[in-house]
Design a protein around this ligand. Structure first.
Ligand SMILES: [Mg+2]
Length: 314
């Protein structure tokens, strides 16, 4: 199964959703109207041992990553702050209470650190006798608008003429052995809030970089029905990572966004670089590498049955 093809089928049914769904599947978080004027935001993410974190890792690492991925999605809405999380763990048979507790601690501590208290969930045991069955955890997060009524930095908000920006550095988040900063990163909540406040209506679309910068910009291009042009040499890459590799790898959990007018080069202690421009034309992410152009959407990691081109065991 190809994840993106499957999701396209899911999104095709969005028109069947009730009107209280203000932002349907297809963005970093969904937004649902509560009938009292404020929407509530909701999203879910999982972390699987041996896929999103190294096999045999401390279960708290798995729990932490599952929470951080969710908080990163909250950041990608800009005008949103975490409220609470719930978690469902799937434990292989024979999991010790100590390992289960370590998982719980990773969820609880990370949630608390991001003002997203763990308020419920479930523990399931797999029926599999497979000794290599992985520890799995799924986390759902609820978030609320920071400033009600202001709206969110949706993927569909890019406008022709916007600059394209990215926070921090891209690439090298994932070491060959599965370790790396993707296991313990700082979700860009603070810079997202600062951007929302400083840029206000000049802020366009936003996404957190999980699939790979090229593919994630592709999501913005598709949702906004625009073309994006990137200058490869302007992408701030992690030292030692070739730019073409960097934009394909993924799991950076930085923010990519579009905006018009002046954007500070640093906010909330995080560097911000302009890497391109939103232009008219067919939906595409075209990257200029010297005199050559290539399509960035064909490079990047796809969360699926190993169908991605980004490598790794995710
Ligand atoms: Mg996301």
């Amino acid at each position: 199964m190809r994840e993106f093809d499957f999701l396209a089928r899911v999104f095709a049914a969005n028109h069947l959703l009730p009107k209280r769904v203000l932002v349907p599947p297809g963005d970093d978080m969904a937004v649902v109207d509560l009938g009292n004027g404020d929407g509530i935001l909701i999203a879910a993410d999982s972390a699987i041992e041996g896929r999103h974190a190294p096999w045999g890792c401390d279960p708290s690492v798995l729990g932490r990553k599952a929470v951080l991925r969710n908080v990163s999605d909250v950041a990608a809405m800009a005008n949103a702050r975490p409220v609470a999380i719930v978690a469902t763990a799937v434990l292989p048979r024979g999991t010790s209470e100590d390992r289960a507790w370590r998982l719980y601690e990773g969820l609880r501590e990370t949630g608390a650190a991001w003002d997203a208290p763990l308020v419920g969930g479930d523990i399931a045991r797999t029926s599999s006798e497979d000794p290599r069955a992985p520890l799995e955890v799924s986390v759902a997060i609820i978030a609320a608008p920071v400033r009600p009524g202001r709206g969110y930095a949706l993927r569909s908000n890019a406008r022709i003429g916007d600059g394209v920006y990215v926070t921090g550095t891209i690439g090298g988040a994932w070491n060959p052995d599965g370790t790396g900063r993707h296991l313990d990163f700082t979700p860009r909540i603070a810079v997202a809030h600062a951007l929302d406040e400083v840029l206000a209506d000049r802020l366009g679309a936003m996404i957190d970089v999980s699939d790979g910068l090229g593919r994630d910009l592709g999501h913005i291009a598709e949702c906004s029905r625009v073309s994006i042009e990137i200058e490869l040499g302007h992408v701030p890459t992690t030292a030692g990572v070739a730019p073409r590799e960097a934009i394909a790898q993924g799991e950076d959990y930085e923010l990519a966004f579009t905006a018009r007018g002046h954007v500070p080069s640093q906010l909330a202690g995080v560097s911000i670089a302009r890497i391109g421009t939103v232009v008219a034309g067919d939906i595409a992410v075209r990257v200029r590498d010297g005199s050559a152009w290539f399509d960035a959407r064909t490079a990047g990691f796809e969360h699926g049955d190993g169908a991605g081109t980004g490598g790794g065991a995710r």
